[in-house]
Design a protein around this ligand. Sequence first.
Ligand code: SF4
Length: 382
Amino acid sequence: MATLAAAPPTEHVAAAATGRPNPPITGLSWAALQEVLAARSERPFRTEQVVRWVYRSTITDFAPMLNVPQALRTWLAETYAFSSAEVVTQVASADGDTTKAVLRLADGALIETVLMQYHRRSDGTGADRSTVCVSTQVGCALQCSFCATGLMGLTRNLTAAEIIDQALHFLRRTRQRPPVVRNVVFMGMGEPLLNYAACLEAVARLCDPLGAGLGPPRLTISTSGWLPGIARLANEPWPVRLAVSLHAPTNAVRDELVPLNRRYPVEDLLAACRAYQAQTGRRVTFEYTMLAGVNDSPALARALVKLVRGLDCHINLIPMNPVAELPYAPSSDEAVQAFHRTLRQAGLIATIRREMGRDIQAACGQLQTTVRRRPLVQEHSS
Ligand code: SF4
């Protein structure tokens, strides 16, 4: 597992002297932190104390680490940033179930992170739970035609710390306002499998029992179909879930929606999913954004049934969040229901994702674009 190397304290002092921002403490693996603290002659148990404060509490700076000596807290604050990201704005949907944060990184780049909260239904089914959707890149190179992030192009990959800090932001918040985050989906801005090492490093730290302690099956990595990454993921020790943004069962339609399909067509993508399942035994989720008159016909529903036959999968139908700059509209309720019915009647596991956050521009990339155009967005309390 790749880890970010711990820069020795002398380098940090030099960084401070040159005005460069301090590196985030979440960029250090436990081993790297241990090494840094050992170089200061700190006792070994200090590593666990610091890690617990960073990953398991609600604090947002080093000062409240009360069981850590004041001198060490001061040194940590002079040497590291507590987080790699600061909140620029945060908006909540009218129902309070979706909260979207725009975060500014040390180089000024803006990214989005979304908290989705679900509640036990009145009929007693379901459960209270919270999921964070994290970004993995600033922008994205893949240019899916229905995606606001795709309009931006790729600026850069996020570091592991920048991914981890998105999850920690909402973990801390939900520790104060449950349900506490138990699920993290790598499904925000960017293609996670094109930033593979940082994503897997983030997975390792979020799953470490000493760190955030999330169960690997509660982490989902979503891909638009980067086949080399799917094959690589199957060999990882972390049993994370795989989600594939399918959006169409035929090359004719998918070529238009997901340009990556021209490189890795539907039949190759499905073969990769079958190989992944044969190796890991894990169910694959297919995400399918419903676009009116584009991919929601009965014929395409039947084509989808045929395509996934024999694969243990879950198909998640997603009502589209409209994006002003894009020429797509959400499918009608009738079209979504009919599509869903066809899948269910064929014996497939298929769900319709509840619409979330349409009033706060919850489609990936939308709010960040708005913030860039208008530096301040009304902050709603949630
Ligand atoms: S849908 Fe995902 S992979 Fe496609 S352009 Fe948007 S962020 Fe990139």
